[in-house]
Design a protein around this ligand. Structure first.
Ligand SMILES: CC(C)(COP(=O)(O)OP(=O)(O)OC[C@H]1O[C@@H](n2cnc3c(N)ncnc32)[C@H](O)[C@@H]1OP(=O)(O)O)[C@@H](O)C(=O)NCCC(=O)NCCS
Length: 179
């Protein structure tokens, strides 16, 4: 990607709403696939209001450990430049990663993370994961882990994690039946 216009920084409390919106938008295809896999009845039963639930997870991360969240920001034009004037640039959050540090186990874990669909495919998640892994090392962690699905909705995340060096894998599956 041309990453010159995207920078990473620690999250601030005021980034929460934007990260919630990114997460909800980014999880739409994951839920479309989950609905296809589960069928409408089971899907509706399991995911009554997933958008609110996802937003609440992000809000909890912001409340509990702001220092365990990094955001990616892009410079976007605030208003079109008028004749002879350069457009005003504003910073917009376009992706984020949450993580946690378990000092007892010396394990860093990547948690909820997403990139605004309009900004995907430009290496932003790669930069966020690299940043998290560097932080784990700097904090004395010996290992890193991340969980994801094996379904098509999670294929971008799975490929991105493998590319980052997460190569020791324990596959898992959830099975359901209607009673
Ligand atoms: C996973 C996600 C964060 C990746 O963000 P991104 O900024 O687009 O990722 P990058 O551009 O850094 O891509 C890194 C690698 O991921 C893989 N990848 C990215 N998008 C992909 C896609 N649509 N299909 C398959 N692989 C993909 C590729 O291996 C890519 O490396 P490459 O460009 O060298 O081929 C983004 O797709 C997303 O927000 N997904 C929905 C939320 C999610 O799944 N979060 C993680 C939950 S476990």
């Amino acid at each position: 990607m041309s990453r010159s216009d995207v920078t990473l920084r620690p999250a601030r409390a005021e980034d929460c709403a934007r990260c919630q919106a990114i997460a909800v938008a980014a999880w739409e295809p994951i839920h479309a696939e989950r609905r296809r896999l589960l069928g409408p009845a089971l899907y509706a039963h399991l995911h009554v209001d997933w958008r609110a639930a996802k937003a609440a997870q992000i809000a909890r991360a912001f409340e509990q450990h702001l220092d365990w969240i990094v955001v990616a920001c892009a410079a976007v034009p605030e208003q079109p430049g008028r004749a002879g004037l350069a457009a005003e640039q504003a910073e917009q959050v376009v992706g984020f990663v949450t993580f946690r540090l378990d000092r007892g186990q010396a394990m860093g874990t990547i948690g909820n993370n997403a990139v605004d669909p309009a900004w995907q495919g430009r290496g932003i998640a790669t930069a966020l994961y690299r940043h998290a892994l560097d932080r784990f090392r700097a904090e004395g962690m010996r290992f890193a882990c991340v969980g994801t699905g094996l379904d098509a909705g999670h294929a971008p995340a799975l490929a991105a994690y493998r590319k980052m060096g997460f190569t020791a894998e324990v596959p898992s599956v959830m099975l359901y039946q209607e009673l």
